[in-house]
Design a binder for this molecule. Structure first.
Ligand code: NDP
Length: 524
C-alpha cells in the first residue's frame, strides 16, 4: 500500500482552486520538513525490499496501476481538468493516454533495456578477462513536477523509477495537489508495497525539504530559477538532478511547406494547454514570401476556437492555471504592443468569462530583440516573425537562452533534416510539433538553459539507475605483471606495455611476450 503523509503541521493547509471558476476544490496539508524527512526514511525501508524484486513483479504492479487508471479515465480526466483548467480532451489525449502508453512500454521493456551489457575490453579479453555492466537501482527518487502536466509527468517518471527498482516520493505543485494525491491513490489501489510511492503535499518549501532530505536522485520539472536553486541545494549532498526547465520553442515554416497543415499545427502547438507547455510554440518564423497569407490563416483559425470551461467537451482553450501566469502573459503582450508589434487577434483577458481565461492571441511584426521574444511567456500567444533565408532562420531560432524543442516545416525533407540538425534544441521535429513528450520511447530534455539530463527513452531510464562494472578474471592462475614488488625487470616490462600493449594491436603486443614471461617468472 502506498501512503499519504501523516503531517505534523495539519493546521497549515494549501487550498486548491478551480482556475476556471474560482471554486475551492479542497485543502491539503502543508508538509513540514520533519514529515518530509520521515517520509524519506520510510521510503528507504520500502526500497530495501523493492530493489530485490524481479522485473516480473515490477511489471505486474505497473500494469495493475494502468488497470486502475483505465477503470476511471473520465473521473481522472475531470479532476485534471478541474484543477488545471485544461480541456477534458487534452487531459485524456495529452496526459492519460501517453502515460498509459509509457507505462506499458517500460513495464514490458525495462528488463531488456536494463539487461547486463558485455563490454569489449580489447587485449585484456585475450588475457582471460571479461567485463560487463549491470544496472543497479539508485534508492529513493524524489520527483518535483510543475503544475502544467500534473498527472503524466510525475506518474511517467514514477513508473520508470519503479521499474528500475527505486522507491519514489512525489511533491506535486501546490496548484495541483489533488492530481498528485490521485497518483498516490492509484498506486495504493494497485497494491503497491507500503511506502514505496509516497506523496508529500505542500508549497515550494515542501519541495525544498524533499531536496534537503537527500534522495538519491531528483527529477525536477519547472522554471530555470527554481532549477538553479534545486541544483545548488542538491549539491550539498551530491544528489544528482535531472532538470526539465523552460523553453522558448521556435517553429520554422518554409514557403514550400504544406501551409494548411503547418497553420493547424501552429495553432495546436501554441494554444494547447492554454500555451502552458514547456514545448509550446512560443515563436513562429514564416518565410517572407508567404508571410501575409500564412498569418491570415493563423488568425482565421484562432478566431474559430471556443474558449470556456475545460470540463465542457467542445472547449478548445481552457483557463490558465494561475493568476500569476495570466498576468505574465498580459505583461508580455503589452510589451509586444509597446515595442511596435501588432496584435491581430486576442491580446486580452477574456471579458466574457470570469475565471483565468486569456484569449488566444496572434501577434505579427515581432523581432527577436523584443523582451517577450526572449523570455518564456507560457501562455496562449503566437508571435509571428519572418525570414528570408535558411541561414537567417537558423540564427533566429538559435538566438535564445533556451533549447528544449523546435519544429521545421517543409516538403523538402533533406532541407528539413539539415535545418533540424543546425537548431540547438533537445528535440527537433520535421513536419510535426510539440508531441514527442508523449512518445515514451524517445528521450526528453533540453540544451542550454532548458535543462540537464533526460527523462523518457533509454537515456531517461539510465538516469534512474547506476551502472555497475563487474570484471572477471577467468585465468586466475598467474600473478599480474603490474603487481608488487617492483624491479628493473618490472620497469622494463612496463616500458613494453606503453610501447606495444597500449597500441591495442595483437601483433605489436606479441613483441612483449618474452619480457612479460621474464617478469612473471620473477614474481612466481
Ligand atoms: P516552478 O519552478 O515554480 O515550480 C516547479 C516545482 O518546484 C513545483 O512543484 C514547485 O512547488 C516546486 N518548487 C518551488 N520552489 C522550490 C524549491 N525552492 N525547492 C524545491 N521545489 C520547489 O515552475 P512552475 O510550476 O511555474 O512550472 C512552469 C515551468 O516549468 C515553465 O518554465 C515550464 O517551461 C517548465 N516545464 C518544463 C518542462 C520540461 O519538460 N522541460 C515540462 C513542463 C514544464 P509549488 O508549485 O508548490 O511552488
Amino acid at each position: 500500500m502506498s501512503s499519504v503523509l501523516p503531517f505534523s503541521t495539519e493546521n497549515e493547509q494549501i487550498v486548491s482552486y478551480n482556475p476556471a471558476t474560482g471554486e475551492e476544490i479542497g485543502r491539503v496539508p502543508q508538509a513540514s520538513g520533519e514529515s518530509v524527512r520521515a517520509a524519506m526514511e520510510r521510503s528507504r525501508a520500502a526500497y530495501s525490499h523493492w530493489r530485490q524484486t524481479s522485473f516480473d513483479e515490477r511489471r505486474r504492479l505497473i500494469m495493475r496501476a494502468r488497470d486502475v487508471i483505465l477503470s476511471e479515465v473520465d473521473e481522472i480526466a475531470r479532476l485534471i481538468s478541474k484543477e488545471s483548467g485544461k480541456p477534458l480532451g487534452e487531459a485524456i489525449s495529452m496526459e492519460i493516454a501517453p502515460v498509459l502508453d509509457l507505462m506499458q512500454y517500460f513495464a514490458r521493456n525495462a528488463e531488456k533495456l536494463l539487461g547486463p551489457r558485455k563490454l569489449k575490453i580489447g587485449l585484456y579479453g585475450l588475457l582471460g578477462r571479461s567485463s560487463k555492466i549491470v544496472y543497479q537501482p539508485l534508492g529513493v527518487v524524489g520527483i518535483i513536477p510543475a503544475w502544467n502536466y500534473p498527472f503524466s509527468i510525475p506518474l511517467g517518471e514514477a513508473a520508470m523509477a519503479l521499474m528500475a527498482g527505486n522507491a519514489v516520493v512525489i511533491k506535486p505543485s501546490e496548484l495541483t495537489p489533488f492530481v498528485g494525491l490521485k497518483i498516490g491513490e492509484i498506486f495504493e489501489r494497485a497494491g503497491t508495497p507500503k511506502d514505496l510511492v509516497q506523496i508529500v503535499t505542500g508549497a515550494g518549501e515542501a519541495g525544498a525539504a524533499l531536496v534537503d532530505a537527500a534522495p538519491d536522485k531528483i527529477m525536477f520539472t519547472g522554471s530555470v530559477a527554481t532549477g538553479k536553486k534545486i541544483a545548488a541545494a542538491a549539491a550539498k549532498n551530491l544528489t544528482s538532478v535531472v532538470l526539465e526547465l523552460g523553453g522558448k520553442d521556435p517553429m520554422v515554416v518554409f514557403a514550400d511547406a504544406n501551409l494548411h497543415l503547418a497553420a493547424d499545427a501552429a495553432i495546436w502547438g501554441a494554444f494547447c494547454n492554454a500555451g502552458q507547455s514547456c514545448s509550446s510554440v512560443e515563436r513562429l518564423y514564416i518565410e517572407e514570401s508567404v508571410a501575409e497569407k500564412f498569418t491570415q490563416m493563423l488568425v482565421d483559425r484562432t478566431k474559430r476556437l471556443k474558449q470556456g470551461l475545460g470540463t465542457a467537451e467542445d472547449t478548445s482553450i481552457g483557463a490558465m492555471s494561475s493568476e500569476r501566469q495570466l498576468k505574465l502573459v498580459d505583461e508580455h503582450v503589452e510589451e509586444f504592443r509597446r515595442d511596435g508589434a501588432k496584435v491581430l487577434t486576442g491580446g486580452k483577458r477574456n471579458p466574457k468569462l470570469d475565471g483565468l481565461f486569456y484569449e488566444p492571441t496572434v501577434i505579427s511584426n515581432v523581432r527577436n530583440d523584443m523582451r517577450a521574444m526572449q523570455e518564456e511567456t507560457f501562455g496562449p500567444t503566437l508571435p509571428v516573425g519572418t525570414f528570408q533565408s535558411e541561414d537567417e532562420v537558423v540564427s533566429l531560432a538559435n538566438d535564445s537562452e533556451f533549447g528544449l524543442t523546435a519544429s521545421v516545416w517543409t516538403k523538402d525533407l533533406k532541407k528539413g533534416k539539415r535545418v533540424a540538425e543546425r537548431i540547438e534544441a533537445g528535440s527537433v521535429t520535421v513536419n510535426e510539433v510539440l508531441y514527442t513528450h508523449g512518445i515514451g520511447q524517445t528521450p526528453w530534455g533540453g540544451f542550454k538553459n532548458s535543462g540537464r539530463g533526460r527523462t523518457h527513452g533509454l537515456e531517461g531510464l539510465m538516469e534512474l539507475v547506476q551502472p555497475q562494472h563487474i570484471h572477471i578474471n577467468r585465468l586466475a592462475i598467474l600473478p599480474n605483471a603490474w603487481w608488487m614488488p617492483y624491479s628493473p625487470t618490472a620497469v622494463e616490462t612496463y616500458r613494453g606495455f606503453a610501447k606495444y600493449f597500449a597500441t591495442g594491436s595483437v601483433v605489436q603486443t606479441a613483441r612483449l611476450l618474452p619480457q612479460l614471461w621474464k617478469r612473471i617468472k620473477e614474481l612466481r
